[in-house]
Every structure is written in C-alpha cells, then in structure tokens.
Design a binder for this molecule. Structure first.
Ligand SMILES: [Fe+2]
Ligand SMILES: [Fe+2]
Length: 329
C-alpha cells in the first residue's frame, strides 16, 4: 500500500505511492498555461507537487478536495526545496487506506494501547457501570475510538491521541485510588475517565487529515456537552441504571475541565470529579510539553514561546542529544 514516505523522498526519485491532499491551487506560467499546485503529505510531513499538463491540472482542481487521498506517479525534483512533478494523480476511497498513515499519528502502538484499555475496562465490576461500558465499547466503536485524535492542536492532536490520552488519564486515576485508598469510588472514577472525552469523536472531523472542529462541535458546546448527551442516551439503554450513579457520572463528564473558563459546565464538586480533573490536566500538560520539546530544533536550549503554555521550555543538553539520535535513527 503506502510504500514511499515524504521524509524519505530524494531528488531524482520516481514516486508511485499514496498521499493525502493538504492544499490545492491553480497557478499560471509566464506563457499563460494553467498548472496545479498541490501539497501532498503523510504522517511524516508534506511536500509540494505540480501538475504541468493544463487539462489534467484543471480537471484535478475541479474534482479533488482537501483531505482526499490520492495515488500519484511522478518524479522528485529540486526547486526551492523538494517538488514532485506528477504524471498521474487519482483519487482513492478512504476505506482502502489506513487514514493514520496520512496525518500526524501517535508514536505508540495502537493495538497494544487498545489491549491495555480493554484490560482496564474489565477491572470495573459494579454491574451498571460494567453494563454501560459494554454497551458503549463494542468492537466497531473501539476501532473508531482507537484511531481518533484528541484535538486539532494543543495536546494529543494526532490519530490515536484520544486513546493515548484516555489511557493516561485512566492510569493516573488508578494511581490516585491506590494512594488515597478506599475513600474513592474506583469503578465510578475509571468509568468517568474512560468516557470523559468521548464527545471528541464528534467535536473533531475524525475522517479528515487535519482534525478540524465540526459544525456539531462548534454549535453544540464541544465535547463536554456532546459526550454528556451521548452517555445519557447509553445510560437509558442499561436496565435499572441507578439515578444517583447517573448523576455522579454525568457530573464527572460535565466538570472534567475544572473551571468554567476552561469549558467546564460545573466545577468539580465530588472527590472523583476533582481527581479526574487533575488526572486529565496532568496528561494534557505533560503531552503538551513533550510535543514542544520534540518539535524543537536548532542549537538553543530554550524552545520557542508556546502561547498555550504561556512559557518556553528549557531543553537540557542531555535531552537534545537523545532527540537527535531518535530523529536520525
Ligand atoms: Fe476534555
Ligand atoms: Fe481529556
């Protein structure tokens, strides 16, 4: 299937592979001929492409859209950086490709994370919560959940990021239960952790290559409300789900952002809700800083200023050396 990656392309290579379409424009040469400027990409990066045949260029401009997957044949040349001159460019259906090959994707093994997630879910034994989790996480839903991103930017903003983040939050919550003892309802907290960001499946365009926010996400209150609505409907399907338990679980989802200015409908008012909020924040912040360090290049020991974090991060020499080794291997 995908046999050539953007970061491995070299001038002079013949290209015959699948790529995502990240940008499309029509240009005009000095002689007045139309040509297509197309930005091609995959999980390793993007590269400029050109279609010089004007009839093909105009046809592709009319029929292709951003986020499409295409199979191309062409040659790599050097012109202000690498450029692929395309001889053919054919749209393929997304069912025939692995979408996470064409967009930023987790570095972790999704199937290993999924096994871990299923194992953690199985530790929830309170019958109504166990019933609810089984109602939601059937095999089709698990597939959708495991390839989704947790955001467009900021944290876990890549395919598999929603599962990675959810799993981190669940593990942090397990630690809280271990350290704090029996005062915390572990089954309730773990169920809340598993479901807290479920609304992100609909807040972001999980079928696209850039995880843009959907109209549903923008108009219906984002993943907090979308997730709350979804879980309510699923609770109704579980026979005899206790009203008080539904209330506590709903509170976990609605309050997990901690503060109203951060998107919480209500501030956390239960022990489990406070624990979930801090576990969520810890996972998000550590990932944000890790991504900033990974994207840092150059000789400076400080990263660029990150607007969302409100600071730069210091990258000690020993970490920079490790990162260089990782990039070159
Ligand atoms: Fe959230
Ligand atoms: Fe979260």
């Amino acid at each position: 299937m995908k046999n050539q990656w953007v970061n491995a392309l070299r001038s002079g290579d013949n290209v015959s592979s699948y790529f995502g379409v990240f940008d499309l424009n029509i240009g005009t040469t000095k002689t007045g001929a139309k040509f297509l400027k197309i930005r091609l990409g995959d999980r390793t990066g993007t590269v400029e492409g050109r279609v010089w045949d004007s009839a093909l260029a105009e046809d592709l401009y009319q029929t292709l859209a951003l986020g499409d997957i295409v199979i191309v044949q062409g040659t790599v040349t050097e012109f202000n950086g690498l450029q692929v001159n395309l001889d053919t460019c054919i749209k393929v259906e997304k069912e025939h490709v692995e979408l996470n090959d064409f967009r930023p994707c987790t570095e972790k093994d999704i199937s290993v994370m999924l096994d871990d997630f299923i194992e953690l879910l199985a530790t929830v034994t309170t019958p109504p919560l166990k019933g609810l989790l089984e109602t939601i996480f059937d095999s089709d839903f698990l597939t959708e959940f495991s390839t989704a991103a947790a955001a467009k930017t900021i944290h876990h903003a890549y395919g598999g990021g929603l599962l990675e983040h959810t799993l981190e939050v669940m593990h942090y919550c397990c630690q809280v239960c271990e350290i704090q003892g029996e005062g915390i309802n572990r089954d309730l907290l773990l169920t809340g952790a598993a479901l807290h960001d479920i609304g992100k499946l609909w807040e972001y365009d999980q079928e696209g290559l850039s995880f843009n926010r959907t109209e549903e996400g923008k108009l219906l209150g984002g993943h907090v409300i979308l997730g709350y609505d979804f879980v309510q409907k699923k609770i109704d399907l579980v026979n005899g789900f206790p009203k008080k338990l539904a209330l506590h679980l709903s509170h976990l989802i609605l309050s997990h952002h901690g503060q109203k200015e951060w998107g919480a409908v209500e501030e956390p008012h239960t022990l489990e809700a406070v624990a979930l909020h801090y576990a969520d924040l810890l996972s998000a912040r550590v990932n944000q800083v890790s991504q900033l360090i990974k994207s840092h290049s150059g000789s400076e020991q400080w990263t660029n200023y990150d607007r969302n974090l409100g600071r730069s991060i210091y990258v000690p020499e020993v970490i920079k050396k490790g990162l260089k080794r990782e990039k070159s291997s």
